[in-house]
Design a protein around this ligand. Structure first.
Ligand code: ZN
Length: 454
């Protein structure tokens, strides 16, 4: 650790955090840096302990849980470990919204300590919830641990490529600028991404030589594509992608523009830092000291390695509790040890939103990546696609194609879809000029008019 890193960690950052009211960040981060090396059994014991504390707290202080547990004759003492979690209900955004602002809130926290927060709501309905400075400090500590996982240390230059700068102490006049200067942070706006602007960013990155570059997946992918088109490359030791699913194809492109083997995918959502890749890039380590991850289908747990919906319990959040919160993302769990030696369990697969899945008649889940990989590798004449399940056995495949599209491509697509979806389906191919996007600008890959996965 360099002298400057040490000075930041022991003096400047604690002082800055203290001034802004977030004094827990550095002590909590030091704890996480240690506990990630604990054995899985030790981490599990910590989770059990925190879970018991959380449940007894929300029973006393959160009307929703008091009422629900009383009605279902569940007592706090019934929840002794993760094995008892199933006694509590799975909730989702709709439940939280319906019980906002008072029923799903910790009434032991004074009103003037509550901070109103909202999730980005890229999929429609915005989620409003309560948090506190102490909770936010712990969230930042979790985030900083992920950054450190990439090899970055405080004091080494880093850059953020996103729409709005919202990290750190920016809300505090002067302190925010000082913080950026001391932390050697460069923010590049993703608001305007013309080729000229992007070429300027490449110059900037070459001059700054950041050790870590953070960005939404689609924005850094866009930048990487523009760089490769222009024949540009910048060596940056770690690219941290977040906010959206990262496909293998996107990862390859980003690594070609920056550095091979150095893309770290991070996963968070609805105010939680959930998981991040380590240097082995073999799944995403879960922030298990603060979050329990369950994988379920139709409310029931699935075996490790199988895809299901991600259900989260935030062990540190009470202002608005997130207990068995179905975030409607899809992933699979891996509890085998990672070669890096960390005891944190992993998400072995992360497949985005439930709406990015195609559910076959016999209950198989097909992910959008299977299809994007197929088109990218085997039918490059297809520029974009959308699959619409019109009835249980009738599938419409809309395609945007270039001039090289031919009958062999057509046959390959039908054969592949038949292999995925079964021989009894009828497939109709329709060539279109474009695939319409949703009002929020997202492209839907799958639409089922059968199960209505809207
Ligand atoms: Zn690892």
């Amino acid at each position: 650790m360099s002298a400057y890193t040490n000075l930041l960690r022991t003096v400047a950052l604690p002082a800055g955090s203290m001034l802004a009211g977030y004094r827990d960040v550095m002590p909590y981060l030091r704890g996480l840096e240690e506990s990630q090396w604990w054995s899985p059994a030790e981490i599990r014991a910590l989770q059990d302990r925190k879970l018991r504390r959380l449940v007894s707290h929300v029973y006393r202080n959160v009307p929703f849980y008091r009422r629900w547990m009383d009605e279902h004759s569940v007592r706090p003492k019934d929840i002794r470990s993760l094995d008892d979690l199933h006694l509590l209900p799975i909730v989702d955004k709709h439940v939280l919204v319906a019980n906002y602002p008072d029923d799903m809130r910790d009434h032991s926290i004074p009103q003037d300590e509550l901070i109103q927060a909202a999730s980005s709501g890229s999929t429609g309905e915005r989620l409003h919830y309560w948090t506190t400075k102490a909770q936010k400090a712990k969230k930042w500590a979790g985030l900083f641990r992920w950054w450190e996982l990439t090899g970055w240390q405080f004091g080494q230059p880093y850059a953020t490529f996103q729409l709005a700068p919202n990290q750190g102490l920016r809300g505090v006049p002067l302190l925010g600028n000082l913080e950026w200067l001391m932390l050697r942070h460069r923010w590049l706006s993703a608001a305007q991404m013309t080729d000229d602007v992007l070429a300027g960013y490449v110059e900037r990155l070459r001059a700054d030589q950041p050790v870590l570059f953070r960005s939404y997946t689609s924005t850094v992918y866009y930048l990487a594509e523009a760089m490769l088109r222009a024949g540009l490359q910048v060596a940056i030791p770690a690219i941290l992608t977040t906010g959206e699913t990262l496909s293998d194809y996107q990862r390859e492109t980003i690594e070609r523009a920056f550095e091979p083997g150095r893309v770290f995918n991070e996963y968070g959502g609805d105010g939680m830092q959930i998981a991040c890749e380590c240097e082995r890039h073999d799944g995403l380590h879960i922030n298990a000291e603060t979050h329990i991850v369950e994988i379920v289908r139709d409310g029931e747990p699935v075996p490790d390695g199988e895809l299901g919906e991600i259900v989260l319990t935030n062990l540190e959040a009470t202002a608005t509790p997130f207990i068995r919160y179905n975030i409607h993302d899809v992933g699979a769990l891996n509890r085998t040890p990672c070669a890096c030696g960390r005891g944190l369990p992993r998400l072995s697969r992360l497949e985005g939103r439930l709406t990015d899945l195609f559910v076959t008649a016999d209950g198989h889940w097909l992910t959008v990546h299977q299809f994007t990989a197929f088109f990218a590798r085997q039918v490059p004449s297809v520029q974009a696609f959308q699959v619409i399940q019109r009835t249980a056995d009738d599938v419409l495949i809309k395609l945007v194609v270039d001039n090289s599209f031919n009958d062999a491509d057509r046959q390959r697509i039908v054969d592949t879809f038949r292999g995925y979806l079964g021989p009894d389906n009828t497939f109709t191919l329709e060539l279109v000029d474009e695939i319409p996007t949703t009002p929020s600008g997202k492209r839907r890959f799958f639409i089922s008019e059968v199960i209505g996965n809207a």
